[in-house]
Design a protein around this ligand. Sequence first.
Ligand code: G6P
Length: 588
Amino acid sequence: MCGIVGYLGNKKAIPVIMQGLKSLEYRGYDSAGIAYIKNDKVNIIKKAGKIKNLDNVLNYKEDTYLGIAHTRWATHGKANDINAHPHKYGKITIVHNGIIENYDNLKKELIKKGKTFISETDTEVVACLLDEIYEKNKNMLEAINLLAKRLNGSYALNIICSDEPHTLYAVRKDSPLIVGNGNQEYILASDIPALLHVTNKYFLLDNYDIVKIDNNGLKFYDENLKQIKKQEKVYTGDLEVSSKKGYDHFMLKEINEQPELIKKLFRKYAIGDKFSNVFDISKYKSIEIVACGSAYHAGLIGKYYIEHLANIKTTVTYASEYRYQKNFFDKDSLVIIISQSGETADSLAALKLAKKNKIDTLAIVNVFESSIAREAKYVFYTEAGIEVAVATTKAYLAQILVLLMLAANTLKDQSEVINSLKLLPNLLSQYINNYDYKKIAKKLVNYEHIFYLGRGLDFSLAMEGSLKLKEISYIHSEAYPAGELKHGTISLIDKNTGIIAIVIDKTIKEKTISNIKEVASRGAKILAITNDEKNEFSDTKILLEDYNDILNPLVTIISMQLLAYHIAKLKKCDIDKPRNLAKSVTVE
Ligand code: G6P
């Protein structure tokens, strides 16, 4: 959600900045803009819609070596040219990621002083306020520091002051911003993919750190404006994160990366017939998993593993609900926050709430040293590598794997889980390669409504299957507990309703099948994803082998991901960047 790039260096800035900005497209956005210095003057160009609209009007050969750019995911005000960033007020030009919670009061205060605004954004208010402070003291470092004290909420800001056209400033609080340190060139960015074309060396910023970059180099200041040293990090992962490596979409590439990912986690955490270096959950009387979106769905599968293998009562709550519900904060409980990005605003707030109430917290996170990873007491990285497609696949599977390892680690005899996981990479490859998902997708692509039905564990799987389908294909889809249908929802079922029945969970299989038959008798055609060989309840099926309770859900996931992918592909949807969605949801 919103991407930021800032550059100062010895190369022409526009191509460098735009390459960075394009590699942040996955975060989700609906307008883009750039400000650059030419002949010591600020030039601003911004356009609603895709980055290509901006690209079309840019001159890549422009003689400029300093600039800031932004992809905006609209929050305050429509996605149009005026609301797009950068925003300039007086001598200050900024791009901003985050939400300023007190912007309305600040705006009223500034209007009383005679200031006027042309956009509906909170960001223009920030630019105006900073300009006002700067005009009083004419010292940018002090002005940024004073600004930070006036703002509530979250922000990552890249700032240019017209009086200092060769200097780039930045500050952050609770929104991601990193500083790439190249050879006499510096790049500010929301995430690592945006700086790899310049350097793999970077610095992380703490809240309220201020960055100043000019011809003398890069300097960091803390909130007391004391110059500080930061530790340089080196990104050693895949340098080609922005390449689809021959796949049509990042989503398909990432689905295909799952077998290798499992091997990687296995190599790291399984030694002989035991897990090693896995966080010990056995001392906790209960576990509360808190997450959003697919991470919440991973939590539901995790609950199944933790309750069945570790025998620890587990609840799963949406982070957006956890923050505002009544919580009991039992000191013997562990709160597990799951997040791919490690930046999801609701998950981060839930984590802070649990911490404030002195509950142990464990973050299961994909992005290294993200806000959630840094804030939690303990952290367990999912190591799925950078995920570019907005719809998560490999990170979701890795979250489940980590939860399974946490559960299995409590067992005396861990050999069944270990032996199962040894088989998993090959099984997943088999299900990726040996099925004609496209053929099945053709049967479903014309439905306007598709229900995913299941009970028990199958319902948890259905929730993710349905989310995958709706987010990338825009087909209305709901996951429904099959046993609940007759209490209202079955009234929606007729021959025009698509039904995907998940029938894997043997403990409740017979009951689920009865419910599916009720639906079939209302005229609906049934696609079953099942390991029930007899399978007399469906018109079409994806038949999975029946392995065991550990493997069965994991192979089901792959089939659901590929089915959603092929339906969206047939519909010619923008699979990697679905409309209105953002990969990293940094607003509440
Ligand atoms: C967004 C993404 C989802 C993701 C959810 C939670 O909605 O599009 O794929 O599951 O946020 O994100 P997180 O980074 O916390 O896992």
